[in-house]
Design a protein around this ligand. Structure first.
Ligand code: DOR
Ligand code: ZN
Length: 339
């Protein structure tokens, strides 16, 4: 068993649920799930019950996170289409890494459907930090067009369909400032999992076809897809049994192990993992360096995904799977935060 040192991994897309839904997760349990999974920097999304669309709510999140998190936490600002007057200050905030815009329905009420409102958002967000979109299918085509018109850097969250990979590939070929992230659940599961997993396979964007899944791996291979992001979206087991269930699956504790299983299978190299979970996220979101910050793991050591989990939601869609490289020790600025 040979432990190797990797840089602290970065997840630019997590839902840590505080404030407003701390029965699902909070900054303490969510950050513990992060370091258990090998992440030392995560960026929290704005779709809380009271969404992060004002500077006061942003400052409240910063305060709450700083009081209890065991890893570094950044934030994406949100928009309800009526807060453009706060964009300049939000974009200049050192803890803000981008603006998240929802073009499809999901958890929370931040959906922007009106084209005038959407255009205004792309017009008013100050250039520099990226606009991140939840945009499925035709909505992605609209977001790419608006980003081009208003010269915004666009990050496509959780790319999931073959056609979306092609849209991003074409935009990159025309030298548009666009990047894309893919989630482990879209890489490792397809819609067939609804048979085996029931509502625990329900998330937004939904799981795709075999063809979509193959296109995602191809997009990782040819550089169309830049990063892996978990979209860690904890909901309790009981909530997931509701009809309809809330969208989302936890991901922080399994992403690294799944990617090293892809290394074991010859689909990725170790340096690909570092690029997808550290180098490119850092570049795209201008994430400050974390000195003396490392994850120690043995990338060739298999383990089985299962409880106990650090996440408050206490389940995983990958339970029982064989993964590789469980993080054994995590150091953040020299201090051991796990292990
Ligand atoms: O499945 C999802 N869950 N997709 C999202 O876009 C949001 C997330 C959540 O917050 O639950
Ligand atoms: Zn999300």
């Amino acid at each position: 068993m040979a432990l190797k040192k990797f840089p602290g991994f970065i997840d630019v897309h997590v839902h840590l649920r505080e404030p407003g839904a701390t029965h699902k997760e909070d900054f303490a349990t969510g950050s513990r799930a992060a370091v258990a999974g090998g992440f030392t920097f995560v960026i929290d999304m704005p779709n809380n019950p009271e969404p992060t669309v004002t500077l006061a709510r942003l400052e409240e999140k910063v305060r709450l996170a700083d009081a209890k998190a065991v890893c570094d936490i950044g934030f994406h600002y949100g928009t309800d289409g009526r807060n453009a007057a706060t964009f300049a200050k939000a974009a200049a905030h050192p803890r803000v890494f981008g603006l998240k815009v929802y073009l499809n329905h999901t958890t929370g009420d931040l959906l922007i459907e009106d084209i005038s409102a959407l255009t205004e958002i792309f017009r008013r967000w100050p250039a520099g930090k990226p606009i991140l979109v939840h945009a499925e299918g035709v909505q992605l085509a609209a977001a790419i067009a608006l980003a081009r018109l208003y010269r915004q850097r666009l990050h496509v969250c959780h790319i999931s369909q073959a056609v979306e990979v092609e849209l991003v590939r074409q935009a990159k070929a025309r030298r548009q400032a666009i990047t894309a992230g893919v989630c482990p659940h879209h890489l490792f599961l397809t819609g067939a999992a609804r048979e085996t997993h029931g509502s625990r396979a329900i998330m937004k964007p939904p799981l795709g076809t075999d063809r979509d899944q193959a296109a995602l791996w191809e997009g990782l291979g040819d550089g169309t897809i830049d990063i892996v992001e978990t979209d860690h979206a904890p909901h309790t087991k009981r909530e997931k049994q509701a009809d309809p269930p809330p969208y989302g699956v936890p991901g922080l504790e399994t992403a690294v192990g799944l990617l090293f299983s892809a290394v074991h299978d010859g689909k990725l190299s170790e340096s690909d993992v570092v690029r997808l979970l550290h180098d490119r996220p850092r570049e795209i979101f201008a994430i400050p360096g974390q000195e003396a910050t490392f994850v120690e793991l043995d990338p060739q050591a298999p383990y089985r995904v299962g409880p106990p989990y650090a996440s408050k939601c206490d389940w995983s869609p990958f339970e029982g799977w064989q993964a590789y490289g469980r993080p054994r020790r995590v150091r953040l600025r020299g201090k051991i935060v796990r292990g």
